[in-house]
Write a protein that binds this ligand. Structure first.
Ligand SMILES: Nc1ncnc2c1ncn2[C@@H]1O[C@H](COP(=O)(O)OP(=O)(O)O)[C@@H](O)[C@H]1O
Ligand SMILES: [Mg+2]
Length: 342
């Protein structure tokens, strides 16, 4: 983590960085930000290709994602991800998509400036926090993510890395989809294996052509993770998890405490082996809307609120349950490529 001392850096938003990023891709629309002073307040996250800082611009909290540059290397892949993220996000606007405000140069590197998500990632909320989680909170978060992903598909964008670490929460725990570094658009046939093994669709793992249905699969895994407050295939290595999904057609065991049990058929529909057997995100969204309303009403009827799901899940788990196998036939080609991401 970086220093808590505010670091003041004058920057021209929408000019230098936009030029640096746009010069790599003329399709990027200029992001309309005015000259401003950006203050970096401290590092809040770090990935392989970037570091993310909390900052302030004109009294507004922002997150600044700065491209990591290693002396002597061109870091082309990370720059490509940056360009892609700027290009795609500059065309999107939705309450469940983390908003890109603009681009700039920061710490001598191109940087992307986003709305600040004070609640951190959904992964941390589920697995690294003691917060009590009620069924209505979990189902609302799932609904918000579904609405973001359904919007992406409507805009002909495939996210390709839907997972809890890429869902960010605001101060009121409203969820937004983020991290478009490996996103792409509908159209040309996609075969590249990209994403995160524990959440990846079998057709992506096995290098078959795929489309936006790979996001539906990953959303199914995310829905399982939200409902069980557990990392999918958490006791397996990411390669074992990939092999289980793509070759053995296994899925994590579904054992949801009431009232989250209503999510089970949707989870199982989303992670069907054949992409054409999965529902489109628009239908997932409609079904989740109905389930969320049901869960919320049930909780409202019980004065005093719902049950904390962490304890309900703890008492449901008598012991480890074996992964479930999909009823299926043909063997599938094993994953070939080296791990791209965990
Ligand atoms: N808009 C934001 N607000 C607050 N924190 C953020 C924001 N964007 C990213 N982060 C933090 O930085 C981490 C990495 O960001 P991400 O965009 O997922 O980059 P990477 O491509 O390295 O995975 C996130 O998990 C989160 O902790
Ligand atoms: Mg990420």
């Amino acid at each position: 983590m970086g220093s808590a001392m505010p670091m003041k850096t004058p920057v021209i938003l929408g000019t230098n960085g936009a030029a640096a990023i746009a010069s790599a891709d003329p399709e990027i629309k200029a992001v309309p930000l005015q000259t401003a002073e950006l203050i970096l307040l401290g590092e809040v996250g770090s990935g392989s290709g970037s570091s993310v800082w909390r900052g302030r611009v004109a009294g507004l909290d922002v997150a600044v994602k700065v491209l990591k540059t290693t002396p002597g290397t061109s870091n082309k892949d990370a720059l490509r991800g940056f360009v892609q993220e700027a290009r795609i996000l500059s065309q999107l606007c939705h309450p469940s998509i983390c908003m890109l405000y603009g681009t700039c140069m920061q710490l001598s590197s191109p940087a992307l400036v986003f709305e600040f998500m004070a609640g951190g990632s959904l992964f941390d909320l589920l697995h690294n926090s003691p917060a009590e989680l009620f069924p209505s909170t979990l189902s609302r978060i799932a609904l918000e993510v579904a609405s973001g992903v359904a919007y992406l598909h409507q805009q002909e964008v495939i996210h390709r890395d839907v997972k809890s670490a890429n869902v960010l929460l605001d101060a009121d725990l409203h969820a937004k989809v983020s991290d478009f570094g490996i996103s792409t658009t509908f159209g040309p046939e996609h075969t590249a294996e990209t994403g995160t093994y524990r959440s990846m669709a079998p057709e992506v793992l096995t290098h078959h052509p795929y489309n936006e249905m790979c996001d539906v699969f990953s959303f199914g895994v995310l829905l399982w993770e939200i409902g069980h407050i557990e990392i999918p295939f958490g006791s397996d290595s990411f390669l074992q998890a990939a092999f289980a999904v793509a070759v053995e057609r296994k899925r994590p065991p579904v054992a949801l405490p009431p009232p989250l049990g209503a999510l089970a058929p949707l989870i199982q529909a989303c992670w069907q082996h054949e992409p054409s057997d999965r529902p489109p995100m628009s239908r997932v969204l409609t079904e989740l809307q109905a389930i969320e309303a049901q869960i919320r009403q049930l909780e409202e009827r019980h004065a005093g609120g719902g049950t904390c799901m962490r304890s309900a899940i703890r008492s449901l788990r008598a012991g480890p349950m074996p992964a479930q196998r999909l009823p299926s036939a043909e063997p599938v080609q094993a994953p070939q490529a080296p791990p791209s991401a965990q």
